[in-house]
Design a protein around this ligand. Structure first.
Ligand code: CU
Length: 165
């Protein structure tokens, strides 16, 4: 965590020595709430449903392209068909302006996800199944910012919501 602070020069961290002790002061907002270090646990998931054609006919309509939607035609042997959609879970992440944010992302479904976040993490990061990818940034600007996955558009799209202080 010590190296974490070194990466954040815009956060004015004042160290004040009082007597023999040292007190670490984080900046405060007008509302009196201190800047927080937030760890948000995120998963790359693929909710799936399936049924056999004797119970529900296979829907013939096309789903939007991009890799996010997956529909498997009925298995000739069993008659079972399946549908799924890739998602970030949670898809909406809410933090406050000034927060030091770590997204700890686990890959559960899908071999690989190439993600990026508008403004806050334009450089791509990769999430692999069974591995954790950590994405860190300081939420310095309020607003809504999309969280993308290049392999699974349009469904694997989330929002980072940065609330103003
Ligand atoms: Cu993906």
């Amino acid at each position: 965590m010590a190296s974490w602070h070194k990466k954040l020069p815009m956060i004015a961290v004042a160290v004040v020595a009082i007597g023999a002790g040292v007190v670490l002061l984080l900046p405060h907002s007008g509302s009196g709430q201190a800047v927080a270090e937030r760890v948000v646990y995120v998963a790359a998931i693929e909710p799936k449903g399936g049924v056999t054609v004797d119970k529900e006919p296979f829907p013939v309509g096309e789903l939007p392209k991009g890799g996010g939607y997956v529909k498997k035609a009925p298995d000739p042997a069993t008659g079972r068909w399946e549908v799924s959609a890739y998602q970030w879970s949670p898809a909406t992440i809410v933090v406050r302006q000034g927060d030091l944010v770590t997204l700890e992302i686990i890959g559960i479904n899908g071999a690989k996800h190439t993600g990026y976040i508008d403004r806050y993490h334009p450089n791509e990061f990769v999430v692999k199944r069974g591995e954790i990818t950590r994405v860190q940034f300081t939420a310095d600007t309020p607003g809504l910012f999309k969280i993308h996955c290049k392999e699974h558009e349009p469904t694997m799209e989330g929002y980072l919501v940065v609330l103003p202080r």
